[in-house]
Design a protein around this ligand. Structure first.
Ligand code: GTP
Ligand code: SPV
Ligand code: MN
Length: 596
């Protein structure tokens, strides 16, 4: 097997790469160095192989298109496994596979899977390269598309090998082969005790870009629990007031529920002087630091964002971010190299090629772009990137917001009474399912802290870890719940969302700094009528009231239905959370049916 010169002498890394090469039998091994020349060469090769299609380079400089296999368009939660020695460690919300069995089963599938192909060795850093937060991973993959995406999403190549050094064993071993992209032979397995990920049969997103959900959330959450920090599915934003006061807010919304949009928000006119900048759009690593505060870094270097719904009105910063050097996956395209998606500013072209590669005509009832079509773009493209996005220390978090996609019950915004109540709000968060994962039942599911698909260990222990963090953070952020997705009787969203979410964010920030009042309700603190600036908002006040309403009858149903979820969590469910539920339910019941 011809091997190019190996850019490291680290014996642990070399031994592992050799072992995996013996198993998969690639024709060639290529170590990625992360340079611009290498990227250019890889893109040329991907274009020659028709893995990437160049877009019109005048309209879309440096941009390319990729059709994924139509059977491979999103994360697959039913094929994702936590492989801990005991099933109890994975907990009741994760799929579990015995590690011995998983290595055997996937090992057999990897056998010869790279014959005739190139094996890319992709060293990468998650986190600012010089940061004490940062972690090194190495992904082995037979997908040039994955290698190119990792080059955008992570600090790839030389910096990773430099950080790892010649002797350390401290790197995540990520093995990935698309093999024949057969859903019957598709598995995403995590071995937290071994700092290892084995993924096979998918080339898409979180199944295949192993630094993202697999390392930065599932493996990292396991490490974080043991080491006393948090790895979360959260955006991180920077808000600067007209007076120049800067605050940082993190927010956990489930997949396709608005993190990227919130992190890139442009305030409405009546918030003149306010600027929002992005630190991260999907993942936050949070550690206790200076001033006894919780500090956050974004482990990623790029955005793998939902395309449909993105336009110059909803998210101008995203539109500018994807103008160049972006990979578009599964949107619609035209034969002359333009792209289109549902919710783009312009009308669809009469004739296009849909995400499946098939002819599409305007008026067709099928979507031209897949609802989970995505852009991969470097964060350096973002005109609103925070100057601290790459800072080794991270940023100090003043508020953490939880929020799902809920048609009913959950108000526009609610502040928790205290840390325990805030953890309870996160733990019981529900959200209606989206296109970001394949094969989920429609309807509301409980998604604690937006981490249900991303916890690398038992859910009850995860919630206990959140509770335990309180005593480790002398100056903790304040905790909030939001809902941009409540609907009226006509089935339409009550709240306009997007940039208008600034109105809610401002109240959150003012509350976090103790600058503004609130009304106490049985289920949390809410803004009083005049606390939220609604200037210039063209929405009927009845809709605003309906979006913010706390209806105790609805809350009674909500709190009662949470019992089933808590029962599912089993014996590791922290007692403070079940007591919190009972307390709230008793109070709400008494309000709905006052004693005679
Ligand atoms: P992941 O990358 O899957 O983790 O998703 P995300 O949480 O970053 O979601 P994103 O910001 O990409 O938004 C997903 C979808 O929700 C897009 O189609 C958006 O247009 C839509 N969306 C985002 N924010 C809002 C909002 O405030 N209101 C409404 N109605 N829709 C929104
Ligand atoms: C999500 O599903 O939450 C994503 C996209 O951010 S993926 O990378 O596919 O996980
Ligand atoms: Mn995500």
């Amino acid at each position: 097997m011809p091997t190019e010169e190996r850019p490291t002498t680290n014996p642990h890394l070399l031994a592992w790469v050799d072992e995996m090469a013996r198993l998969c039998k690639p024709d060639r091994i290529q170590w990625c160095d992360g340079s611009a020349e290498e990227r250019k060469r890889l893109i040329e090769q991907a274009v020659a192989q028709k893995v990437l299609l160049p877009l019109d380079q005048k309209k879309w400089p440096g941009c390319h298109y990729h059709h994924s296999n139509p059977n491979d368009v999103a994360r697959v939660e039913h094929l994702t496994f936590i492989c801990t020695p005991t099933k109890a460690e994975a907990g009741p919300t994760n799929n579990w596979m015995d590690p011995v069995e998983a290595y055997r089963k996937l090992g057999a599938l990897y056998e010869g899977s790279m014959q005739g192909r190139t094996m890319y060795v992709v060293p990468y850093v998650m986190g600012p390269t010089e940061s004490p937060f940062a972690k090194v991973g190495v992904e082995i993959t037979d997908s040039i598309y994955v290698a190119l995406n990792m080059g955008v999403m992570t600090r790839m190549g030389k910096p990773a090998l430099a950080r790892l050094g010649d002797t350390s064993r401290d790197f995540n071993k990520g093995m990935h082969s698309v093999r024949d992209c057969n859903p019957d032979r598709r598995f995403i397995c995590h071995f937290p005790q071994d700092n290892t990920i084995w993924s096979i049969g998918s080339g898409y997103g979180g199944n295949a870009l192993l630094g993202k959900k697999c390392l930065a959330l599932r493996i990292a959450s396991y490490l974080a629990r043991n080491e006393g920090w948090l790895a979360e599915h959260m955006l991180i934003l920077e808000a600067e007031s007209p007076e120049g006061e800067v605050s940082y807010v993190a927010a956990a919304f489930p997949s396709a529920c608005g993190k990227t949009n919130f992190a890139m928000l442009i305030p409405p006119k009546s918030f003149d002087g306010w600027t929002i900048r992005t630190v991260g759009d999907d993942i936050a690593w949070l550690q206790v630091g200076d001033g006894g505060r919780l500090w956050a870094v974004n482990p990623e270097a790029g955005y793998f964002g939902v395309v449909p719904g993105t336009n110059f009105k909803t998210n101008p910063n995203a539109m500018r971010t994807i103008e160049r050097d972006t990979i578009f996956t599964n949107v619609a395209r035209t034969s002359d190299g333009d792209v289109w998606w549902e919710g783009k500013d312009n009308e669809p072209y009469p004739e296009m090629i849909d995400w499946k590669g098939q002819a599409w005509t305007k008026g067709s009832k099928d979507k031209a772009a897949h609802p989970n079509s995505r852009f991969t773009a470097p964060m350096s493209n973002n005109p609103a990137l925070s100057r601290f996005a790459d800072h080794p220390k991270g940023v100090p978090i003043s508020a953490i917001i939880f929020g799902g996609r809920r048609s009913t019950t959950i108000p526009l915004v609610l502040q928790s009474f205290n840390w325990t109540h805030g953890v309870f709000l996160g733990a019981t968060m529900g959200s209606e399912t989206t296109a970001a994962a394949q094969g989920l039942k429609e309807g509301v599911r409980r998604d604690p802290m937006a981490m249900l698909p991303f916890m690398g260990y038992d859910a009850g222990s995860y919630l206990q870890h959140w509770l335990d963090m309180q005593v480790d953070i002398p100056n903790p952020p304040k905790l909030f719940l939001v809902n941009w997705f409540r609907k009226g009787a006509n089935g339409k969203f009550l709240w306009p969302g997007y940039g208008e979410n600034m109105r809610v964010l401002k109240w959150v920030i003012d509350r976090a700094h103790g600058k503004i009042g609130a009304k106490e309700t049985l289920v949390g603190w809410v803004p009083r009528a005049t606390d939220i600036n609604l200037g210039g908002l063209d929405v009927p006040s009845a809709d605003i009231d309906a979006a913010m309403k706390i209806d105790y009858a609805e809350w009674e149903t909500e709190l009662a239905s949470e019992e089933e979820w808590f029962q599912k969590l089993g014996p590791t469910l922290p007692r403070p959370l079940s007591l919190q539920r009972e307390l709230l339910l008793e109070r709400v019941r008494a309000a709905v049916r006052p004693p005679a």
